[in-house]
Write a protein that binds this ligand. Structure first.
Ligand code: TXA
Ligand code: MG
Length: 341
């Protein structure tokens, strides 16, 4: 479905911690009519549609320019809604949900036959999560249906952590944005496939693998690198270039400053994500963003920093690589994808 930028996208402010009921009711009415509403979650902003309405979900794919072979996550507010979208709820799912829901963990399970095929890209499984954000939960409850909601950005570009990021990509293409401030987590949920044995990590995210392993034992972390052949994609974000800024991004180790300086001397406008401000005089044409040293704060700041560099019009982004440890897994994963040409 092609979509013209003809909608007028309404922006409604909402209190993140205690959403105003009248705001939620208006947004829920749009969803019940088959429209699209972007809303904050604890990870990134999502673009929601009634998951049980194939036409509404088709609009999500059109608005994002998302390939039809990339399935979307279904968001639920309670266990009744889980049973509307999954055909099976195995014991490990139950234990993980009890421990981590609502929260940034997405579980892939056999799909319910009544769930429209477009949600799962024609595949036999569905990805489901219960978000830990008062606005998201209130909205799903008020809509009274599970919401199909990928990140609220044009396909393959940066995920949004602010309403203004959503509008930059999707103004005129969706009905409403609920503006609820910066999302706290800043990085997407962890996607775990519970239909394979052992369970497979499909996309690293805010929920650390070792926390999952404490509950259900060993998780296969390797097979997420498997390449898709045709539809549907076996693993998330498998499109080589994903989560990417407009400017070309490259990662660098200890020599990052040399690289930045070299680019600047050659007239390239360059942005640098680093852990420490450079000591030497800053050259013209370099925009430096000093990132927090711990992975949670870094994640919360990550997409916003890249959005800022894009907005500043830099031509090239150099990122000083964080350490190769478990807590940086998801961030290194996004950096790898963002730097794929
Ligand atoms: O934090 C998040 O997960 C955010 C917020 C809005 O909840 N959502 C999000 O959705 O990141 P999206 O569509 O941008 O990413 C979902 C990923 C996709 O890469 C997709 O391939 C994967 O989950 N996925 C969805 N359904 C799947 C399925 N049935 N099997 C395997 N992977 C699936
Ligand atoms: Mg996305």
């Amino acid at each position: 479905m092609e979509i013209a930028c003809t909608l007028s996208t309404e922006v409604l402010s909402v209190r993140a911690d205690s959403p105003q009921p009248d705001v939620i009711v208006r947004a829920a009415e749009i969803l019940r009519r088959g429209g699209l509403v972007a809303f904050p979650t604890e990870t990134v902003y999502g673009l929601g549609a009634n998951a049980l309405n194939a036409e509404a979900v088709a609009k999500v794919f059109a608005a994002k320019g998302r390939p039809g072979n990339n399935p979307v996550i279904v968001h639920v507010a309670d266990m009744h809604q889980v049973r509307q979208v999954v055909a099976d709820w195995p014991e490990p799912a139950s234990r993980l949900a009890q421990r981590f829901w609502p929260g940034p963990l997405t579980l892939v399970l056999p799909k319910h036959p009544a769930l429209p095929d477009i949600v799962t890209a024609g595949g036999p499984t569905v990805a489901v999560r219960m978000p830990a954000h008062p606005v998201a939960l209130a909205l799903i409850q008020a809509a009274g249906v599970p919401l199909a909601a990928p990140s609220a950005n044009r396909s393959s570009w940066l995920s949004p952590t602010l309403a203004e990021h959503v509008l930059r990509d999707l103004a005129g293409r969706i009905d409403m944005v609920l503006e609820g401030g910066a999302t706290r987590g800043g990085l997407e949920s962890t996607v775990l496939d519970l239909t394979s044995s052992p369970p497979r990590l499909l996309r690293p995210g805010l929920m650390a693998p070792h926390a999952i392993e404490e509950i259900i034992g060993t998780v296969d972390r390797t097979s997420r690198a498997r390449k898709p052949v045709d539809s549907p994609l076996p693993a998330p974000g498998m499109l080589a270039r994903h989560y990417a800024p407009r400017a070309a991004l490259e990662c660098a180790g200890d020599a990052a400053w040399n690289r930045v300086e070299h680019l600047a001397r050659n007239g390239v406008r360059v942005g640098w994500l680093t852990f420490a401000a450079p000591k030497s005089t800053v050259l013209a044409g370099i925009t430096v963003i000093v990132m927090p040293p711990d992975s949670s704060s870094y994640a919360a700041r990550f997409y916003a920093a890249l959005h800022e560099l894009d907005a500043a019009g830099v031509e090239r982004i150099v990122v000083t690589l964080p350490p190769d440890t478990d807590e940086w897994l998801a961030i290194r994963d996004r950096l790898r994808r963002a730097s794929t040409p």
